[in-house]
Design a protein around this ligand. Structure first.
Ligand code: SF4
Length: 437
């Protein structure tokens, strides 16, 4: 079918139903007209580059099922494309709707193209990481146009969304110097943009060339994920003037993108105390007029290296229940090392639990039903039915099998054995004799 629109947002505004909208509406159990309304106003997006042929499209918006992203990519310490591709495919099998390719070593284009050619999940990138590698030149020697050209390259390769740190400006340099942040800037891309501005004396190229970037994104339908360079890197920096000032600029840029029918998400914190998360979500939704919020955590405490998939899941659940639409996974290796295959799995499962908990709280169609099916299976001590609903059946089965009850293997588990409350109640209510000894 001939495409007669540039972006999904433009199609929604013109009343054109795209194949991607039909798929997403079906998945989300909503009407396609309703979905188009959200997309036309910018509160929902379907990142879907025209060049990503095998994409299984998904919608992102606070009224839709919470989606999760997994960061992977080739690095100096993991240079094997095939190993990284295996991680990608197992992440998709575990339920990740998006993969961000954060490759930072060697020739990154073949892997990016392989991803866009073979992976059905949405593909995101951070072009500023790639600029230094692509040109094989030091950061300070790159021109503003060089950065824009890398965005074009990623768009041509089929990337569905790009994180662009457009919201920091030369004013931010003074602000970071004067406001006494405990952790300064912890965003990798944000720190590169900041360093480039410091070394060249020029304005942020992603801000100064925003209109040209919008034209590229409109042509290929690349969704912009407005990066939060000043996201807090510790609780002490949460909700400070640097974070909020950048957010205000992201709100302005959101409106400029929407004026050109370019789809936008807005990235958010970071490390945030639990009691500040709901307020952060409300402020973002107000300033950015409900553009889908993509949170990196938030991590609710700084003291749990090795367990940051848990600190992030706690924050992610609260954030999503209060309006965040998209969770970036965090693994146990966060702050410590490059995640291995098991770290990736732990991070995905933790994020999926957070997303599901939020979806139940938000009343997302289909979310609560899964828990009700699990309750029914538990009541019947039907273990096979429980595996069908379990977020990680493999682990659940392995734990049960490794510690099976001495007798009565098929009914109870070894936690209470014959003192099993479920078994006793089932028998008592059925008028049966209850043998304990
Ligand atoms: S033995 Fe205890 S933990 Fe296991 S199913 Fe019965 S009540 Fe639940």
């Amino acid at each position: 079918m001939e495409r007669n629109y540039h972006t999904q947002m433009e199609a929604a505004r013109r009343g054109v139903v795209t194949p991607e909208m039909e798929i997403v509406a079906k998945k989300e159990r909503c009407g396609v007209e309703e979905l188009m309304g959200w997309m036309a106003e910018g509160t929902a997006v379907i990142p879907a580059n025209h060049g990503h042929r095998g994409l299984d499209p998904n919608g992102i918006g606070s009224m839709l099922k919470t989606k999760i992203n997994v960061n992977l990519g080739v690095s100096r310490d993991c240079t094997d494309y095939d190993v990284e591709m295996q991680k990608v495919m197992s992440a998709v099998a575990l339920g990740a709707e998006a993969i961000m390719d954060l490759s930072s070593h060697g020739d990154t284009r073949p892997f990016r193209r392989k991803l866009c050619g073979e992976c059905p999940a949405m593909i995101g990138t951070v072009p500023v990481y790639d600029a230094v590698i692509h040109y094989r030149r030091d950061l300070s020697t790159l021109s503003a146009q060089d950065f824009v050209d890398v965005v074009r390259l990623h768009a041509e390769d089929g990337v569905d969304f790009v994180t662009l740190h457009c919201g920091i400006t030369r004013k931010t340099i003074e602000q970071i110097r004067s406001c006494g942040r405990a952790m300064n800037i912890v965003s990798r891309g944000g720190s590169l943009v900041f360093a480039w501005m410091c070394m060249t004396g020029e304005e942020n190229p992603f801000y100064s060339h925003f209109d040209e970037i919008l034209d590229i994104c409109r042509e290929h339908d690349v969704t912009i994920s407005l990066g939060d360079a000043c996201r807090p890197g510790c609780l002490a920096d949460a909700t400070d003037v640097c974070q909020i000032e950048e957010l205000v600029r992201l709100g302005e840029l959101t409106r400029r993108a929407w004026d050109k029918d370019v789809q936008v998400m807005v990235e958010g914190p970071g490390h945030v105390p639990l009691d500040q998360i709901a307020a952060n979500m409300k402020v973002q939704q107000t300033i950015c007029r409900g553009a889908p919020f993509y949170v990196l955590g938030p991590l609710v405490t700084d003291i749990a290296p090795g367990y940051d998939h848990i600190t992030a899941a706690i924050g992610g659940a609260v954030a999503a229940a209060n309006g965040a639409a998209f969770l970036c996974y965090v693994t146990p290796a966060e702050h410590l090392a490059l995640p291995n295959v098991d770290d990736v799995k732990q991070g995905i499962i933790a994020s999926r639990i957070a997303a599901h908990a939020a979806d139940i709280a938000k009343g997302i169609p289909g979310a609560r039903e899964q828990d009700d099916r699990m309750a029914a299976a538990r009541r019947k001590l039907d273990w096979d039915a429980q595996w069908l609903e379990a977020v990680d059946p493999e682990t659940a089965k392995a734990i049960r099998a490794s510690r099976a009850p001495e007798d009565d293997h098929s009914e109870t588990c070894s936690m209470c054995g014959k003192f099993c409350a479920v078994r006793s109640m089932n028998k008592a209510l059925a008028g049966e004799y209850i043998d304990i000894l």
